[in-house]
Design a protein around this ligand. Structure first.
Ligand SMILES: [Zn+2]
Length: 326
């Protein structure tokens, strides 16, 4: 049986995703960004910017598919993603789910936890977005995104884990996660599996921020995929030097998990709101945070460190394809 992935333009066979960046953001805005009146969102302007970034990655590095991991409460615009995909010919998969409690917009569903049936409502939201579409757009999401806090999974976040596992079990939709500060990844996997999701349908994300090899092995030993998906970010938001993650990837590959590792950048084409103001050090740390760093620098570097060319390439091609069912 052929497995299809739901993109913003419709289903695409999992085996035809090609080179894939599995955790990216075309747009991202922290809840409240709408208050940034100096830099309102201009559709055409943003579309041109997205087009130039994606076309560059496509023409120079063969990028064919992008998983847009933007949660619903962080500026997700599925109609915009559809326009970008149409313009560029790059497949884009949109996400269902909310961000972690500290930086998302938890007020509504926390209210429903007290005065409603939040668990059922979150499940209904995810199920509807995956099977019918977001709002009245008719554009369906293709992955479920869940996120947890540093050092803990709050009761609020756990509702999203339960809902995502249930929708995944019923529809086969894949789950990708945000871990904060390299923590709770093995616990995310354990709970998602306990709640009914299949291990091979789960990708635990942002392992770049974890230096604890015991914790990393506890994640992979559960049979899930793991995302080293913040390549190019160093320093900023606590990201570790890249040398640490490369060593971890090589160690994990040597331990038998080369076919479970997936690479991406977590980079954003357009941050919603006013432009960032950052220091010279920040600029240096983020100078390789773009949409091509993995292809240009990381894959060759992994080969220098001992991975076979096909093992490195699989981390952006065969592994995400297999994750989606190819
Ligand atoms: Zn992200």
């Amino acid at each position: 049986m052929r497995t299809y992935v739901q993109t913003v333009l419709g289903p695409v066979p999992a085996g035809e995703l090609g080179r894939c960046l599995s955790h990216q953001h075309v747009l991202f805005g922290y809840p409240g960004w709408e208050g940034a009146v100096l830099a309102p969102f201009r559709w055409e302007d943003a579309l041109e910017q997205a087009e130039s970034v994606l076309n560059h990655a496509k023409e120079r590095h063969g990028l064919q598919t992008v998983i847009d991991a933007t949660p619903a409460d962080c500026g997700r615009k599925v109609d915009f993603l559809k326009a970008v995909s149409k313009r560029t010919g790059v497949n884009i998969v949109a996400s269902s789910g909310y961000y972690y409690e500290g930086e998302g917009a938890p007020a509504y569903f926390k209210f429903r936890m007290a005065y409603g049936n939040a668990a059922e409502e979150i499940y209904q939201m995810m199920y509807r977005e995956v099977t019918e579409g977001v709002g009245d757009t008719g554009i369906r999401t293709g992955v479920l995104k869940v996120a947890t806090s540093a050092g803990q999974i709050t009761d609020y976040e756990d509702l999203f884990l339960r809902a995502a596992a249930r929708v995944s079990a019923e529809t086969g939709t894949r789950i990708l996660t945000h871990t904060q500060a390299g923590t709770m990844g093995s616990e995310q996997a354990r709970r998602l599996i306990t709640y009914g999701a299949r291990p091979e349908h789960i990708m635990i994300g942002h392992l770049d921020n974890c230096t604890d090899m015991d914790e990393l092995l506890k994640i992979f030993e559960q049979g899930v995929y793991g995302g080293f998906d913040r390549m190019g970010i160093q320093g900023f938001t606590g990201a570790l030097p890249e040398s640490r993650r490369l060593a971890e990837i090589v160690g994990l590959a040597g331990s038998g998990y080369a076919d479970k590792i997936i690479l991406s950048h977590d980079s954003v084409i357009r941050m919603l709101g006013d432009p960032w103001i950052y220091s010279e050090q920040d600029a240096k740390d983020l100078s390789r945070w773009n949409w091509t760093h993995v292809f240009e620098d990381i894959l060759p570097q992994l080969q220098k460190m001992g991975l076979r060319p096909d093992q490195a390439e699989a981390m952006v091609t065969a592994n995400p394809q297999r994750f989606f069912g190819a």
